[in-house]
Design a protein around this ligand. Structure first.
Ligand code: AMP
Ligand code: MG
Length: 289
């Protein structure tokens, strides 16, 4: 199954999250059956990241957006576990600091976009400025409603500069969210994550759905697509995200750069003498042996 085709938000299409089953698992009925594929995609990502880094011409920006407990952190931990930390970084976006808030909403984001050869993962992003900001009325509609075009221009500029932009919305149900909050309560190692606001935000679920639907529909572009990933099953989420990233990187025509030296010359100048020396050393011991 090609999950890029299945989960992409077609540019210009309306989005109805209620019509998308967050528990979808497709042809893989169980986690156990999906494990070999998840491993395969992770290995592909590892190899492709090496090529991206060596090639040094393009970059990849992965944006993760979701409601609380939908698995942004878990996706980063699992899907990127194979890639080399050299050349990959994760940037989390929290409430803007006073200095960030004093600038335009893309200011704090732009300085973290990937340089050539790099992968950057955004754990939340500039999309918060049309999501939480809209839901909580932190700025008037006249301000946030202009941001979709600004985001499209910004991401179009990144794409024109050689950055692949991939955006994932991790789609869970309110029931699954509550059950994950309950698991946090029962797990001493994860209790620190709980906040009162996690629960109060649940009352705003319909407002978030509306804000997400508008954001996904207004900003999914050919050069910066959104994917809606059914995420009630963590393993399926990992499978779909890793396949989509690996397939995208496959298409980037990444290649090893040409060698910058004359290999024969280097062998002769720096290695031939060493080899001859090794042979010379071995020869007498052969006599004794
Ligand atoms: P967490 O991801 O759980 O660490 O929480 C980060 C918090 O920062 C979330 O509640 C986000 O909604 C909030 N946040 C991120 N970006 C913005 C923003 N631009 N404006 C207001 N709140 C934000
Ligand atoms: Mg949180």
């Amino acid at each position: 199954m090609d999950y890029r085709k299945k989960f992409v938000v077609q540019p210009g299409a309306k989005v109805h999250l209620a019509k998308i089953d967050p528990s979808y698992t497709g042809e893989h009925e169980t986690h156990a059956k999906a494990v070999p594929d998840i491993e395969k995609h992770r290995e592909r990502m590892d190899k492709l990241q090496y090529l991206l880094y060596a090639d040094g011409q393009q970059s990849l920006l992965v944006v993760l957006q979701a409601l609380d407990a939908a698995g942004k952190d878990g996706t980063i931990r699992h899907v990127f576990s194979g890639v080399n930390p050299q050349g990959t970084s994760v940037i989390g976006f929290k409430q803007p600091s006073p200095s960030e808030a004093a600038h335009d909403f893309l200011w704090r984001v732009h300085q973290h976009t990937p340089g050539k050869g790099e992968i950057v993962i955004f754990n939340r992003s500039h999309y918060e400025d049309v999501l939480v900001v809209r839901v909580h009325k932190l700025v008037p509609k006249s301000v946030w409603s202009k941001r979709y075009d600004l985001i499209n221009d910004f991401e179009g500029m990144l794409a024109a500069n050689g950055t692949r932009v991939l955006k994932f919305y991790l789609h869970i149900s309110p029931e699954e969210q509550l059950s994950r909050f309950a698991q946090r309560l029962d797990d001493p190692s994860r209790r620190w994550k709980i906040s009162e606001s996690d629960y109060s935000e649940r009352k705003l679920w319909p407002a978030y759905v509306e804000a997400y639907e508008d954001a996904l529909a207004s900003t999914s572009k050919k050069n910066a697509p959104w994917y809606i990933i059914p995420s009630n099953h963590k393993w399926f989420r990992n499978l779909a995200v890793s396949q989509i990233i690996a397939d995208t990187m496959d298409e980037m025509s990444l290649k090893l750069p040409p060698t910058r030296v004359d290999l024969a010359d280097i062998r002769r100048k720096y290695h031939a003498a060493v080899r001859a020396g090794v042979k010379a050393k071995r020869a007498p011991s052969a006599k004794h042996g």
